[in-house]
Design a protein around this ligand. Structure first.
Ligand SMILES: C[S@@+](CC[C@H](N)C(=O)[O-])C[C@H]1O[C@@H](n2cnc3c(N)ncnc32)[C@H](O)[C@@H]1O
Length: 288
């Protein structure tokens, strides 16, 4: 291939990997960046403790801003620039094009591990067990899926370590699109199963649908008129009561141009000081 053709091929590949992001994603990136700086500063000063950054839905490391048309750094590259640095970085994405792109940008570095795998498996089986409380390793973990791609078991495992703090994006847009119907019988089984995996069980269902009887005594199921926020508020209770995180910030509503909520952001930790810092950062972008 001539050099010109190679350049063109690379540009085409870059255009298909680098995705456009809306203003809400830029706010998310800013929130994570700000907290990661504070976290790393605090952890670096703790003698005998080590700290890592885990980006479980890492993407390729670069996006294009819909607002400016310019390239912007994604969450993994922002994390690499945190000063003082984390002692180790774990980046995971299921898409090989994205992880190769990220690997090319970062190069081979001894403090970086990049996985092309389903993060729900690699986190539970390989990465999170390294952060067992007695190992003196702490981690900040970003769980930033597009939709219902995060398994509750990951949250449960992270909570059990008592050493891992998590940012979670709660994908209300995906839920509204695939699980909210006037007649719940129209919901596809595959979608019910995705939601169960995300939520941990089917206790979300009665928050959306109720049973009643029609005039002839036939049982009906119909949608409860609920505000968007009932599910995330209940999820917050699960983060505390089921996964065992002592302190949770959020839900912070991330809205698109028309004001619709794209996702809610949560932060869960076992340290009150961590929650206080994140509350302060979240407050800059409004309330729920
Ligand atoms: C919202 S993007 C991440 C953006 C990135 N955190 C940032 O802010 O720069 C979600 C990413 O998750 C990846 N993904 C989807 N399902 C996944 C899974 N089960 N395991 C790992 N990555 C997954 C997609 O390929 C996509 O790159």
């Amino acid at each position: 291939m001539t050099e010109k053709k190679t350049r063109r091929a690379r540009k085409t590949q870059t255009n298909s990997i680098v995705e456009d992001i809306g203003p809400w994603s830029e706010i998310k990136l800013e929130i994570i960046k700000r907290y990661a700086e504070k976290y790393s500063k605090i952890l670096t000063k703790q003698p005998g403790l080590h700290h890592a950054y885990i980006d479980a839905f890492s993407g390729p490391g670069v996006h294009r801003s819909r607002t400016t048309g310019e390239h912007v750094k994604g969450s993994p590259l922002n994390a690499r620039l945190v000063n003082p640095p984390f002692e180790h970085y774990y980046f995971i994405d299921v898409d090989e094009d994205k992880t190769s792109f990220l690997q090319d940008i970062i190069g081979d570095e001894p403090d970086v591990s990049i996985y092309t795998r389903d993060c729900n498996i690699v986190l539970r089986e390989d990465i999170l067990p390294r952060f067992a409380y007695e190992n003196f390793w702490k981690a900040l973990c970003l769980l930033d899926p597009y939709g219902l791609d995060l398994d509750w078991e990951v949250i449960q495992t992270a909570g059990e370590t008592r050493s891992v703090e998590v940012f979670i994006n709660f994908p209300i847009h995906d839920i509204n699109r695939n699980l909210v119907r006037t007649n719940p019988k129209e919901i596809k089984d595959a979608q019910l199963e995705r939601m169960d995996r995300f939520w941990g069980d089917r206790s979300w269902y009665p928050l959306l649908y109720e049973k009643s009887n029609d005039l002839f005594g036939e049982e009906l199921e119909s949608r409860i008129a609920v505000a968007n926020a009932v599910l995330p508020r209940t999820y917050l209770q699960r983060l505390k009561g089921v996964a065992g995180f002592s302190h949770v910030s959020g839900p912070l509503a991330m809205r698109n141009k028309t004001g619709a909520v794209v996702y809610y952001m949560f932060f869960a930790s076992n340290k009150l000081v961590a929650k206080d810092i994140v509350d302060y950062i979240f407050n800059k972008w409004g309330n729920t």
